[in-house]
Design a binder for this molecule. Structure first.
Ligand SMILES: O=P(O)(O)OC[C@H]1O[C@H](OP(=O)(O)OP(=O)(O)O)[C@H](O)[C@@H]1O
Length: 452
């Protein structure tokens, strides 16, 4: 039993909090986490934290923004209640993919939008928005309006440049909308049913169901084609990772414990200690125990960004390695969905094991699996640290040629397990409990990463 320590669980993953507390031999602290009817988060700490070391467990995934605000308020509540030290334990760190935003060649950000004949929408809540499911109310929310105005403003500028410098008045947006519609009709590749086939990957390789899901998602994932950058101006997109790091520090966090940061350099955004634990030992143990004749299998990175992660696993286990190269900066929205994928390495008649840090929409792993099967792989496993699995990811995995998807429970998988027979979950609670115990006693935690 660890003394003088308080563990508080956020609402993101109560089961993981309980496992961590069971491993530490203490009960979770009594707290009230709720919401006022307006939607604001309410936090009450029901026991003394004075001069105690407090560990707050809150993961990303799910209602990520609500969880983040709840974490910030809880940190602040503990600090103002005289906690000696507050450590935020974020098994999946939210927003860590947003330290850099991918841009297309024209400078427009690669963001999700859904194109309808009359308007854009930027809904990103699960499920992955389908054009036919858009509600008219979604067209009037703040971000949609802002983006529409941005787009319309771009078109206005173009118009004014080609019409003797006279700016068209905005009468109920009618002029702008007309222009926008005509711009859209020129971009016929934006129509949901006219997507190009995946270069290098004939459509016939996937199941018809998978093709349908991917085509539907491709039609939803769009760059604003009407966007044309003003000369000398590149549209600014917030790099939210920096802000989130600052928010945690300002709220009063003294220390961060997380696992498999998408970009390990994100640790440099903080001026407090960040312990980035590794999920690799768990994945490695799974390979050794569950994959038959694993030494003949081949580790595959589904994109160049994850090559280092995957090679570390391959090298430490004396296994072969292959890489899928994914085109990173497509010009058209449909290209992001259908970007060219090329395999470097030989997977024929072997079990291919995809290793990645996270699966969100699961487009990456399902498309990689399709390519690997096409290249002759006998089975395809995906071993992922963070199973975010948002939107219709589970549906996509079920329809894919993937044989098995193994994730850790840094994100709650209870509901996903019920819906996905291919899914297996590895427990991480004991890893975080050991990290907390070591940090609390001032012991080194490097032993938790010294296996590579
Ligand atoms: O399930 P999905 O929605 O397909 O997302 C998963 C992919 O996203 C991340 O990489 P990213 O695309 O950000 O590229 P990077 O690794 O080069 O940073 C991650 O490393 C996966 O490869």
């Amino acid at each position: 039993m660890v003394r003088n320590i308080v563990v508080i669980g956020g609402t993101s993953h109560p089961q993981l909090t309980q496992t961590i507390c069971d491993n530490l031999g203490i009960p979770p602290a009594s707290v009230l986490l709720s919401k006022f009817s307006v939607g604001e988060t309410r936090v009450e700490i029901h026991e003394s934290v004075r001069e105690k070391d407090v560990y707050i467990i809150q993961s990303g995934g799910g209602k990520v923004n609500d969880h983040l605000i709840e974490l910030l308020i809880t940190i602040s509540a503990c600090k103002t209640a005289s906690a000696r030290k507050v450590t935020a334990v974020l098994p999946l760190f939210p927003y860590s993919r947003q330290s850099d935003i991918p841009y297309n060649k024209s400078g427009a950000p690669l963001v999700k939008s859904t194109l309808q004949s009359s308007s854009f929408t930027f809904d990103s809540i699960p499920p992955t928005p389908y054009p036919e499911k858009i509600e008219s109310s979604s067209l009037v929310n703040g971000i949609d309006c802002l983006q529409n105005h941005l787009t319309n403003a771009q078109i206005d500028d173009r118009d004014s440049a080609t019409s003797n410098g006279i700016r068209h008045p905005c009468v109920n947006g009618a002029k702008r909308r007309d222009t926008l519609d005509s711009t859209r009709s020129e971009n016929s590749h934006f129509q949901a049913n006219s997507l190009p086939a995946t270069p290098g990957i004939p459509n016939s390789n996937g199941t018809p169901h998978e093709e349908a899901i991917n085509a539907r998602a491709a039609s939803s994932l769009s760059i604003i084609q009407a966007f044309e950058p003003r000369p000398g101006y590149r549209q600014w997109v917030a790099q939210a990772g920096t802000l989130v790091a600052d928010l945690l520090t300002c709220a009063g966090a003294d220390h961060i414990i997380t696992m498999d940061l998408h970009d390990p350099q994100y640790q440099g955004f903080f001026d407090i200690p960040v312990d980035n634990l590794h999920g690799r030992p768990l994945l490695r143990r799974y390979i050794q125990r569950h994959i038959p004749e694993y030494r003949n299998a081949i580790i595959v990175s589904p994109d160049a960004g994850g090559a280092k992660r995957a090679t570390v696993v391959a090298d430490s286990m004396g296994m072969d390695f292959a890489l899928i190269h994914k085109e990173r900066r497509p010009i058209k929205s449909s290209d992001r969905q259908n970007a060219t994928m090329m395999l470097v390495g030989d997977v024929r008649d072997r079990i291919a094991i995809l290793i990645d840090d996270l699966a969100d929409t699961s487009n990456t792993i399902t498309r990689a699996a399709k390519l690997l099967k096409k290249e002759g792989a006998s089975q395809v496993y995906a071993l992922i640290t963070h199973g975010i699995l948002s939107g219709d990811a589970i549906e996509r995995i079920n329809a894919s040629v993937l044989d098995k998807v193994v994730v850790t429970n840094t994100v709650d998988q209870e509901e996903n397990l019920k819906k996905c027979p291919k899914l297996e979950v590895l427990e991480v609670g004991h890893v975080f409990a050991e990290a907390i115990r070591r940090v609390h006693h001032g012991e080194s935690i490097s032993v938790l990463f010294q296996y590579d």
